[in-house]
Write a protein that binds this ligand. Sequence first.
Ligand code: EPU
Length: 420
Amino acid sequence: MESFLIKGGVPLRGTVEISGSKNAALPIMAAALLTDEPCVIRRVPDLSDTRFMVQILQSLGAEVTFENGTVTVHAKKVRGYADYELVRKMRGSICIAGPLLARLRKARISLPGGCIIGARPINLHLKGFEALGAKIKIEGGYVDATAKKLSGSSLFLGGRAGPTVLGTANVMMAATLAAGVTVIESAACEPEVVDLADFLTAMGAKISGAGSPTITITGVKKLHGAEHEVIPDRIEAATFLIAAAATNGEVVLRGARADHLRAVIDKLDEAGVSVTRRGKNLVARRGGKLKPVDITTLPYAGFPTDVQAQMMALLALVPGISIITERIFESRFMHVSELARLGADIEIEGPSAIVKGGRPLSGAPVMASDLRASAALVIAGLAAKGATQVNRIYHLDRGYERMDEKLRKLGARIERVEEK
Ligand code: EPU
């Protein structure tokens, strides 16, 4: 297993290119299963998760290539079966269910199970499929979804924590080939849902309202091949904005979309971090003394849960008390005890973390528990005095394209080493 060895204390300076969005690319790749014609998807980040999606599509019978950021998928024929070994490794792979159900009228997919950040149920995905006329059977750890015919319907997809991103994606994909009109209420508004809708529209689907809580899909008989360029990764961009602030540096982000980062930029501004536009780029630097802030994670356009851990690393450096409340996932605080190993003073009180910031951080060996927690540990390590070894960075490689290389270009002393 590999680790990052970081010698902290160097302000990040320079320009970083933001990659394509992982969470947009995964459902878009799955959407290519909806047609028997070839699809070309550009700006796909080279990550273990996107490589894994390539394998899943291949295992379902599609011909897939992935070169220089471009994925081509030709799903002339597909099988509707995904076993536990495939789904278990990446919970995001559940987004093959909608396309398979639409294309084959049947899908047998292993239940994904929970993960370190929470239970991750799929009840809302299934509720949506049932509303379209599918029969759902759960047996032996598998979901069997079958439908003689899919018919448009009006359905409410809100759950305990609000809308569901991949649930919205799944139902939207299934509805593209259903007969009649589907209206999804309480749909997720994330930019990744809009990007998927744009791709589906390019394939011939009829969709309106993506990006709002009401999405309307008018079913069509057939979808055709299409080309698409994936949006930039707003979570990667947020991570670099925060890393610039944490190291007291100045970083130019090329290709980031400010309109997808409003809540993050607003909170950074409140904390005393200046994020400005320079042409098409974003520039992050400290605006003066940093101030503590309170954050609650919410569905888009609120503050993203996928940036909660990174923001906690920054706030651990800011004198005063910041309160971070996690409203999307029930146990997404695994990074707290690892940040404590670097000297951070953080207490968990129910869904909130109370960050008593301003204690100096000093390097130590730490363990990555999930993707965004790993990014938080890297940020803390970059800001800490001395050497930090972040172990198990395979979590990080799932969602950040060449993060070590990108950070080195910004002056960071970071190396990829074999875990001892
Ligand atoms: N939920 C239900 N029932 C469902 C589906 C979800 O109760 O059927 C609950 C979840 O347990 C959670 C909330 O709804 O409390 C939101 O979950 P959502 O379904 O939106 O999450 P997801 O679609 O499975 C995507 C991203 C996550 C990101 C979340 C929230 C992908 C591949 N994954 O997951 O990304 O945290 O949306 O924004 O798009 C990451 O990239 O690190 C990551 C975990």
